[in-house]
Design a protein. Structure first.
Length: 206
């Protein structure tokens, strides 16, 4: 489908050497179709720079949200050939993050709290269905490989009579080497929205 992402970003991508992009982003390139193939959330997507178009392979009716589209295109544009650090950090630990992620750029983790704050079982089910791997943090936590070089952890503490539910996103320390702060925010928007919209069994409990 057509993308809501500004065509100028696709134009920048079209100027790049596909071999360099593939090496940096750990993606593929289809010479015949002129598209990059990238695994995001465990699903294969096609990014067509010359057509300013993003598709989910095998699903011609699918369309990327603007936050997901921005993330995918900029991941191809700016990711670096560096290893994952395997150290989780908050956005405040990203250079410039403490001042950027405030006000209108505050991470919308309230969407996760509202959806799953009293339903850890549902949160775990959603994380499992989204391909997450359990972590020993918070009341429940899962890691996701959003893109080949972008791990993200989603944490949830269940609310009770004394304290409200709380959710946090953690990122690999390397994320600031790959993405600008506004693109990290777009990624966080996509993650929180995906959890908020996730349809699961409404059964409550641990």
């Amino acid at each position: 489908m057509s993308s809501a992402v500004d065509p100028c970003h696709f134009q920048d991508l079209a100027k790049m050497d596909p071999a360099d992009v593939c090496r940096r982003a750990l993606c593929g390139y289809d010479v015949n179709q002129g598209c990059f193939t990238l695994s995001v959330w465990g699903e294969e997507h096609g990014i067509f720079p010359d057509e300013s178009r993003i598709t989910r392979l095998g699903d011609p009716t699918w369309d990327a949200t603007i936050s997901l589209g921005l993330f995918m295109v900029h991941y191809l544009l700016t990711s670096r050939e560096i290893p994952i650090s395997k150290e989780w950090i908050s956005v405040k630990d990203i250079p410039g993050g403490e001042t950027f992620f405030r006000g209108p750029h505050k991470l919308p983790t309230g969407l996760i709290e509202k959806r799953f704050g009293d339903n850890l079982r549902g949160f775990r089910d959603a994380c499992t269905q989204l391909g997450g791997m359990a972590l020993d943090m918070a009341d429940a936590a899962y890691s996701f490989r959003i893109a080949p070089r972008i791990p993200v952890a989603v944490l949830l503490w269940k609310g009770d009579d004394e304290f409200p539910a709380e959710s946090k996103l953690l990122f690999d320390r390397s994320i600031g080497e790959h993405l600008a702060l506004d693109i990290i925010f777009a990624l966080a928007m996509e993650i929180c929205s995906r959890f908020s919209d996730f349809s699961i069994d409404q059964t409550k409990g641990m």
